[in-house]
Every structure is written in structure tokens, then in C-alpha cells.
Design a protein around this ligand. Structure first.
Ligand code: CU
Ligand code: CU
Length: 335
């Protein structure tokens, strides 16, 4: 009898162990990121390459709001307002149908808020302004695929956006993108309205913003950064650019010098497919997906530029380079 009960105990223990292993091997239901801990690298450039979407069906983002010194052009500091300590804030990536849980935490000395263009949700609850030390929780289902702007919507919105409060969210289509991409990049265009100051720290000019007189127009928060440190690709790469225009005022006429876009998806929804596109305008508050291939016999090895084709704006910083090399010549790739 004693042997029998010992055997039963052993069998139960074995079953428990097996089910524990099964549970631990099941894919996580929730992918949680705290952007106070996971801070987007901005040196030598804002990290434009994006990782694939996490398979967990629930995405949980803790987004701190801070006031931080940022670099908006080589050697030019600026008193920015941020999501997650950087301008733009972190890239969020989810899949169509995912539940997105947001915890907004205000670590800044004044009121702020967050507005998700990817959400269908009452703005009066989710997008309300919260004071210093306050936090706000809300959730939505990402129903629409694409690439969307997220920004602070606290009045005056013009001021909160010109100060840097924006980021991009990618909502991958439920069944994935129609074509394979070897590399994916996020590029957020925006403007700064800054008066130069003697101490090297530029100061905001709300009057210049009201008049639309931008001092810098930038991709991913800093003028000319990808001209100094280009994006690097290999011959044969099919590339997908997620372009979001935070504005606050100017349209982004996105174009790659030396390439033609195989596909453009306005708003990033593959149902909006265009083909053979030279330039596509992304309005302030909008986004689009651009795809092209750097292939032999066409846009092969060489140097290319991505710009807004509004060249007054490109001259103010919204220009970057893409260096395409033969696979065996690539010494190091920014992964
Ligand atoms: Cu704000
Ligand atoms: Cu908006």
C-alpha cells in the first residue's frame, strides 16, 4: 500500500512537471515594454531599422513623458518634450487584431496627453490631459493595418508637436505584408521652429511655428543625421519604409533619388496598393508604406538619397543617404 501511494505521488509529480514545461513553452500572451527602461538608441543615428512584430496578441506599452535636452541638428541642443526620452518616441509595432494596452505616465512638470491615430476610441477618455506625476491607462484593438502617427494632443497641439511629442505605430496586416522585405525602416518627418541662442541651446519659437517658418525639417528627429551615417543595404534587398509625417505643418513629399517605388500603400494599408510611384505625399498626421528593390541592372550598388521633394524642406535637413553594396563588400551592417 505504501509503495502504491508513493507511485501515485510520483505520477502526479511527473504530470505536474510535464504541464509546467508545456506552460513555459507556450508563446507569451502579453508582450510588455516599459519605455523608461527600453530607450531607443539615437546615436550615431536614431535607430531606424525595425524588428519584426512580436507574436503575442496583447501588447502592453508603458510610455513615460519627459522634458529632455535633445539634439535636433549636429551640435544644436533643444529643450524637447518627449515620449520615452527621445524624439521621435519609440516605434510601437503590433498586429491587426491585437489588443494594445497603454499606460501613459507623466514625468514632466506640466500637463500632456497621447493620441493614437491607429485607435478607434472616445478621445474624451483616452486622450485626456494628465498632470505631472499622474498616469492614464486605456486599451484598444488595432483594427486597421498601416502605419500611424501617435502624438500629444494637449492644447495648443501645435506647440506640443513642435516640441517633439510624437512617434510611429506600425499595425502589421493580420496575414502579414503581401511581399517579403529584407529590411524595414521607420522614418518620421517633422519640423523644429527654433531660435538660435548664444549658449548653443536653441529655443522654441511659437510665432515661427504659427507662421510655418521651420528652421529644421528632419527625419527621425535630427537634421542630416543619415547623410552623416547612411542607411546600409545589400544589392538585391527589397526594402520597406514606414513613413509617418508628424508635421506639425509641412507635407512630406517622400522620394528616393535613383529608385522608383514598386509599391506604395497610402496610410500603410495594403488594400490601398499603388505601383510604380516616383513621389508620394504624406500629409501632417498621415503615414504611408513605401517599397522598392535595390537590384542588379537597375538600382544596384551605389549611393541613393531619400528626401522630401519639397527642396526648401530637404535643404533644412530632411535628406538622408542609402548606401547599397555588393553582399561581399558589406563590412558592417546596421542591424
Ligand atoms: Cu504634450
Ligand atoms: Cu492627430
Amino acid at each position: 500500500m505504501r509503495i502504491k501511494s508513493a507511485l501515485i505521488v510520483l505520477a502526479v509529480a511527473a504530470l505536474l512537471a510535464v504541464s509546467l514545461v508545456a506552460v513555459s513553452q507556450r508563446p507569451a500572451r502579453v508582450a510588455a515594454v516599459d519605455f523608461a527602461v527600453t530607450v531607443t538608441p539615437t546615436q550615431p543615428t536614431y535607430a531606424a531599422a525595425v524588428a519584426p512584430v512580436d507574436p503575442a496578441p496583447i501588447k502592453q506599452f508603458r510610455i513615460p513623458i519627459t522634458h529632455d535636452s535633445i539634439e535636433i541638428a549636429p551640435g544644436v541642443r533643444y529643450p524637447g518634450w518627449t515620449f520615452g526620452g527621445t524624439v521621435p518616441g519609440p516605434v510601437l509595432r503590433v498586429r491587426q487584431g491585437d489588443q494594445v494596452r497603454v499606460r501613459l505616465v507623466n514625468d514632466a512638470p506640466m500637463g500632456h496627453s497621447i493620441d493614437f491615430h491607429a485607435a478607434r476610441i472616445p478621445m474624451s477618455d483616452a486622450y485626456r490631459t494628465i498632470g505631472p506625476h499622474d498616469s492614464l491607462d486605456f486599451a484598444f484593438t488595432a483594427r486597421d493595418p498601416g502605419v500611424f502617427l501617435v502624438h500629444c494632443g494637449t492644447p495648443p497641439v501645435l506647440m506640443h508637436i513642435m516640441q517633439g511629442m510624437y512617434l510611429a505605430i506600425i499595425v502589421d496586416p493580420k496575414r502579414g505584408w503581401p511581399t517579403h522585405a529584407d529590411r524595414e525602416y521607420v522614418l518620421v518627418q517633422s519640423e523644429f521652429y527654433a531660435r538660435p541662442a548664444a549658449d548653443g541651446v536653441a529655443q522654441p519659437s511659437y510665432e515661427a511655428a504659427l507662421g510655418g517658418a521651420a528652421s529644421y525639417v528632419v527625419f527621425n528627429g535630427r537634421a542630416f543625421q543619415y547623410q552623416v551615417t547612411p542607411l546600409t543595404l545589400q544589392v538585391g534587398d527589397h526594402v520597406r519604409f514606414f513613413v509617418v509625417n508628424a508635421g506639425p505643418n509641412l507635407t512630406s513629399d517622400f522620394h528616393v533619388v535613383g529608385a522608383v517605388f514598386d509599391h506604395v500603400y497610402p496610410d500603410g494599408d495594403p488594400a490601398h496598393a499603388l505601383s510604380g510611384v516616383q513621389t508620394w505625399a504624406v500629409p501632417p498626421g498621415g503615414g504611408a508604406v513605401f517599397e522598392t528593390t535595390f537590384e542588379k541592372g537597375a538600382s544596384g550598388a551605389g549611393t541613393y538619397a531619400f528626401v522630401t521633394h519639397a527642396f526648401a524642406d530637404a535643404s533644412k535637413g530632411a535628406v538622408g543617404l542609402i548606401r547599397v553594396s555588393e553582399p561581399n563588400q558589406v563590412a558592417q551592417r546596421e542591424r
